[in-house]
Design a protein. Structure first.
Length: 232
């Protein structure tokens, strides 16, 4: 790989390599390498673990109210092959990947091969610049997705988030009190409020009790300043 292509890759990664041999290895697919040990497969193996560690640590620090199951769901989505491939393609990394004849026409070039390329690039940065450099690159790529995943988690799981905070702050489970219901049996709506530590939080209406409880939990989380009022 010539110096111009290496510089272009460095520009995409926003990281200048001290030892470009790591970069060359990261962008050499096994279909072209002289033996699999000379391809990016070993770097891919390590990069997957470095990515997982950085994502896990970030989620652990950023979301102290989430239990292990909630963190696992977000982490699994973020480090999936699909997401890694999307990020690799967004950076245009597959365009610089050296592959053998036929492989360049494979649909995998924008799928699993692209994902592997991103993981190999992470490992290359890790070897060349250490964990701090690798973490900086990973968070630059993944931070918007982490925020999206958190918003989705909140949207689908206000009751779970509130319960975790309630147990931590007050050592009790929040109660959902039915205040009112309106409409005929086939088209009712319900008003529910959270009661916690002898305090009633702003109520919410929903077309089902479950929907009303979710929105009532959201109202309580906003009142407790656990989530932002703009959280969907």
């Amino acid at each position: 790989m010539d110096a111009e292509h290496l510089q272009q890759i460095e520009a995409l990664l926003e990281y200048p390599f001290k030892d470009r041999s790591y970069l060359e290895e990261a962008f050499t697919h096994s279909s072209l390498a002289n033996g699999r040990l000379k391809s990016n497969e070993r770097l891919e193996f390590l990069g997957d673990s470095v990515l997982g560690l950085v994502i896990c640590r970030t989620l652990y620090d950023r979301f102290p109210a989430y239990q292990e199951g909630d963190l696992t769901k977000i982490k699994s989505m973020l480090v999936s092959r699909k997401v890694c491939a999307q990020l690799a393609n967004a950076l245009n990394l597959p365009a610089f990947l050296r592959v053998g004849k036929g492989t360049d026409k494979s649909c995998a070039i924008s799928g699993s091969i692209a994902a592997a390329c991103l993981e190999a690039a992470i490992a290359a940065i890790y070897f060349d610049g250490g964990m701090e450099a690798a973490e900086k690159f990973i968070l630059r790529c993944f931070d918007p997705l982490i925020k999206q995943a958190d918003a989705k988690q909140h949207q689908n799981n206000f009751k779970s988030v509130l319960q975790q905070h309630c147990q931590r702050l007050f050592s009790q489970t929040p109660l959902y009190q039915l205040l009112d219901e309106k409409g005929p049996d086939h088209n009712k709506c319900f008003e529910i409020a959270v009661v916690m530590d002898h305090r009633q939080f702003p109520s919410a209406w929903g077309v089902t009790k479950k929907d009303a409880e979710q929105q009532a939990a959201r109202n309580a989380l906003i009142e407790l300043k656990i989530i932002d009022p703009e959280t969907p």
